[in-house]
Design a binder for this molecule. Structure first.
Ligand SMILES: Cc1cc2nc3c(=O)[nH]c(=O)nc-3n(C[C@H](O)[C@H](O)[C@H](O)COP(=O)(O)O)c2cc1C
Length: 351
């Protein structure tokens, strides 16, 4: 039963955290290739699920798509109306495509919290509990919760909600160790995550601020969590899941050379073109190239040429000629002095 495994695993799990605009099927599939133990779709508006099929965007359908290599995939719902969330959960369940339903109580975006959704539910625990109970009743799938510590330092509501999740039979919780008022910056409170893990009998996946494989392992140790959910670092290094596995086995972490990066980017572009208009999918590759090419010689020149490319064939040609150019110079390796600081701040949620 793969759906249950994630809630009862004895080995720590390393999961791809949900990211709006990013964790669509194509990117998720690449992370699974590198050994992610599970993933969550980007958030799906409970309202949107009720709309007619023809009005939904291509990205919406890609979010709901699933590749065979996606081993543990949860679909994430966002909303604050219990009846609407229950209906959305029923519809997702009827697709018979997901292993779990995840409830978003972490999104801090002003527009989202302004309508009482996402992390706004941390301020209204009764409403949050009503949403949780309604979704739990509506689906036969395991249900999981993703939340922050609380709205701000004076209202830490995660422990109450997590205890309720355990009582309602939720499968797991992903806990971002920041409050809503911290948004995406500032220290992640590992002690608060540890205290929560010690006080409940439900697997908690620690989340927030991991920048590399070594970081993920120390975060796991410091929090005592059942695993770690990785967001922004995976956008720059989808191979982080493989790095983690190797590090845990005491193996060296391989350098991800130009050959591997270009192959990965071409695969991602090809997959994305299967879901969205080619022009859109190829344009969106600019951001992934911007995250994965720095460190290689003359990456800026490639990035600026990408600005005028909208066809998959041209994208592939550019990647191939860049690789050939690097190979001719015997320069396929990463130059640490060209690498940007390992900061997560350049990856911003776009809402
Ligand atoms: C671009 C972006 C989009 C995000 N979208 C979602 C989302 O749809 N649902 C959600 O629960 N969290 C979302 N998050 C939050 C991440 O899942 C994660 O909690 C946060 O980025 C902290 O983890 P990290 O430091 O490993 O990135 C998003 C974060 C980013 C950067």
């Amino acid at each position: 039963m793969r759906a249950d495994k994630i809630g009862n695993a004895s080995e720590p799990l390393f999961l791809l955290a949900p990211m709006d605009g990013m964790t669509r099927a194509s990117f998720r599939s690449v992370c699974f290739d590198y050994g992610a133990d599970g993933a969550t779709t980007e958030m799906i508006q409970s309202l949107a699920l009720g709309r007619a099929k023809k009005r939904m965007s291509d990205t919406f359908w890609e979010t709901l798509a699933r590749y065979p290599n996606e081993r543990n995939l949860a679909a994430q719902l966002i909303g604050s109306d219990p009846a609407m969330m229950a209906e959305a959960a029923r519809r997702l369940t009827a697709l018979e495509r997901f292993d779990a339903i995840d409830i978003n109580m972490g999104c801090p975006a002003r527009k989202v919290v302004g309508s009482g959704n996402g992390s706004a539910l941390l301020k209204t625990p009764e409403q949050a509990l009503a949403v949780m109970a309604a979704v739990r009743r509506a689906t036969s799938l395991p249900v999981q919760l993703k939340l922050r510590l609380g709205w701000d330092a004076d209202s830490i509501t995660a422990p109450i909600l997590i205890r309720a999740a355990a009582e309602m039979g939720f499968r797991s919780v992903t806990l971002h160790g920041r409050t809503r008022s911290q948004m995406y910056a500032g220290p992640v409170d590992t002690r608060a995550i540890r205290a929560t893990c010690e006080s409940v009998r439900i697997p908690i996946y620690a989340n927030g601020g991991v920048t590399c494989a070594a970081d993920a392992l120390s975060f796991l140790r410091d929090t005592g969590a059942a695993g770690v959910a990785i967001g922004r670092a995976a956008l720059r290094q989808p191979w982080i899941f493989d790095d983690i596995r190797r590090l845990r086995r005491g193996e060296p972490i391989p350098e991800r050379t130009a050959v591997e990066r270009v192959a990965l980017l071409k695969r991602l572009a090809k997959l994305a073109c299967g879901h969205r208009p080619e022009r859109v999918a190829v344009s969106e590759m600019r951001k992934f190239c911007g995250w994965m090419l720095p460190g290689l010689s003359d990456a800026e020149a490639v990035l600026s040429r990408l600005n005028s490319i909208v066809a998959l064939e041209d994208f592939n040609r550019l990647m191939d000629s860049y690789l050939e150019w690097l190979a001719r110079r015997d320069d396929l390796h990463i130059h640490s002095e060209l690498m940007p600081e390992p900061t997560l701040d350049t990856v911003r949620p776009h809402r």
